[in-house]
Write a protein that binds this ligand. Sequence first.
Ligand code: ATP
Length: 289
Amino acid sequence: MAAQVLVVGSANVDLAVKAERRPQGGETVLGADTEVLPGGKGANTAVAAAKLGADVALVGAVGDDSFGTLLLESLRDSGVRADHVRTVDRPTGVAYITVTPDGENSILVSPGANRALCPEAVAAALPGARVLVASMEVPLSTVEHALVSAKEAGVRTVLNLSPVAEVAEQALSGLDVLLVNQHEAAWLLGAEPVDAMRLLELGPKAAVVTKGASGAVVVTGEGSSEIRAPKVEAVDTTGAGDAFAGAFSTALARGANIVDAATSGVKVATMSVRRRGAQPSYPNAAELE
Ligand code: ATP
């Protein structure tokens, strides 16, 4: 049986090191012990959905190496179907993260296997899905193909356009939901402050702009709705956008309307910023109650 939520996106191992400062060109700095954590926007989104009890599959790619094994095991342990994660002849994607005492992260991503995620990988996973959610750390051609073929198959489509990039008009027109943060929205519109309504001119039926501690705004042809985030002490916002995408898509697959789905996204993402890490910070269904 097909999964109800289909995530098309990246899987990376995050290698995080705390250091007093980040090295400059030609310099070596000694840091703390390396933390090895599962990450990548696609995997994070899928895990956020699985923790809420969604029937979710990731369409992705890892390498034939120990990091690939680690990612496949962690996806399965979190309840994500990994049968559409291909093992390819390139190294598993890695994000090298330096964390300094001011809390600032600098991240170098080596996409590796994610670059080998081909459009054909999507077709086999598509039949029976209710919602397809795609993000952008995989080849643009694969994302565009996924959106167009999902639309043809009558599957609802969500594009988390992050990291932001130019996307073919064909993929945006008829898209059910464009999901971006404020910076991505400003980049797309070429203007600040962001007028979220104008995102609809790019072709999607609805758009959601997440606004960090301020929550999110939903725009459709019928108007706009603000969703406020509850005030919390934010400890670590890593992967908050992916938590939103996972919860939002789960709610849509369960039949919620877009405003209710975004309300669920804000609730889950806001809970996630109260704890460290990306995937470990995501709440499960019981915690949400
Ligand atoms: P990230 O890059 O950190 O994964 P993002 O930039 O894609 O996140 P944001 O708009 O910063 O997306 O955050 C997504 C959601 O996370 C928000 O809609 C909100 O629900 C929650 N969130 C993020 N930061 C905070 C915060 N400081 N306090 C409360 N909620 C937050």
